[in-house]
Design a protein around this ligand. Structure first.
Ligand SMILES: [Zn+2]
Length: 314
């Protein structure tokens, strides 16, 4: 699932393709792709407007249109955007498109159909109005992890207002916007912090290490145009961060720092990858719940061969 670096890459590569283009029509064959306003009002909300800029908020693309309108696109798991000429054949997985005045189309190809688009409005202060979804996106999401206003001091205040363990906390979009499973694991590995570590047990150097790790890994991933795992690809093709991941998806492979095998535990139905040597869990955080998770991860994997059954009474 695309996270901040992937969506940022799409935004950067889409910008030169669509800025100044004027929208002349909208088409879709899957009504649920339209999140706001209701589908019967959607075309009217975008047709005749030009695209002024393409940006990103959290995991959404944000296209500023003339007249104070904002088109937000969420690519989700399998959404891919492209801007071909209208006469170019489109496959059956294109479920939404905008026609542009110059004869091209902004197409959303989406095999699993989880992608969503919405049109909202900006008020004079620049905040986005128009729907509960806009509120969730622009108000309830936490700050941007790469934003200039997220200083180390601001990050410390955010962390100190929280309880709970680090991995679920990093996935909580109300803490920081845009971090998902890949970059949460990478940031914790870089900061040498165990995913089950309690945020309340962090010391000042730990907070600083986590801050630097989050910003460092996200910056590097943007430079490498994201991780092309599963279906993510950008307008200019696949990213290359997947070749440079140290923790995510490396279960059983040697830790790039100490050489010991990387571990995997399942936390909230998500795989979590870490090095139990470099990322120690302090004694105070080793309660029954944490130990059960770790024991389950250490148990040898079930093999394909069935255990022999001993028939009773024979
Ligand atoms: Zn290690």
């Amino acid at each position: 699932m695309p996270e901040l670096p992937e969506v940022e890459t799409i935004a950067r590569e889409l910008r030169p393709l669509v800025v100044d283009a004027t929208i002349t029509g909208a088409w879709w064959d899957w009504e649920r792709v339209i999140r706001h306003p209701p589908p019967e009002a959607f075309a009217e909300a975008v047709v005749g407007r030009s695209i002024l800029d393409v940006g990103r908020r959290a995991k959404w693309l944000v296209l500023d249109l003339t007249g104070g309108a904002v088109l937000a696109i969420q690519v989700k798991m399998t959404g891919q955007l492209s801007v071909p000429l209208a006469e170019e054949a489109r496959d059956k997985h294109v479920h939404f498109l905008l026609q542009l005045a110059d004869g091209r189309e902004l197409r959303l190809r989406d095999v699993r159909k989880f992608g969503r688009v919405g049109v909202y409005r900006r008020d004079e202060a620049g905040s986005i109005l128009g729907a509960d979804e806009a509120r969730e996106l622009f108000v309830e999401h936490g700050p941007e992890p790469l934003g200039d206003d997220l200083t180390l001091a601001a990050f410390r205040l955010l962390l100190r207002a929280r309880r709970g363990r680090l991995k679920p906390l990093l996935l909580d979009q109300s803490l920081l916007a845009g971090i998902g499973n890949i970059y949460a694991d990478e940031a914790l590995w870089r900061a040498r912090l165990h995913p089950l570590r309690r945020v309340t047990s962090l010391r000042r150097p730990d907070e600083r290490a986590l801050y630097r790790a989050i910003r460092g890994v996200l910056t590097e991933a943007v430079e490498r145009r994201g991780s092309s795992i599963d279906d993510y690809t950008a307008p200019e093709g696949d990213g290359e961060m997947q070749e440079h991941l140290d923790a995510y998806g490396r279960t059983g492979l040697p830790c790039p720092r100490c050489g010991r095998p990387m571990r995997r535990i399942v936390l909230g139905a998500r795989s979590t990858h870490f090095c139990s040597w470099c990322q120690r869990l302090p004694a105070d955080d080793r309660d029954a719940g944490a130990l059960a998770l770790i024991r389950a991860a250490n148990r040898p994997r079930r093999t394909a061969t069935r255990p022999r059954r001993v028939r009773r009474g024979s």
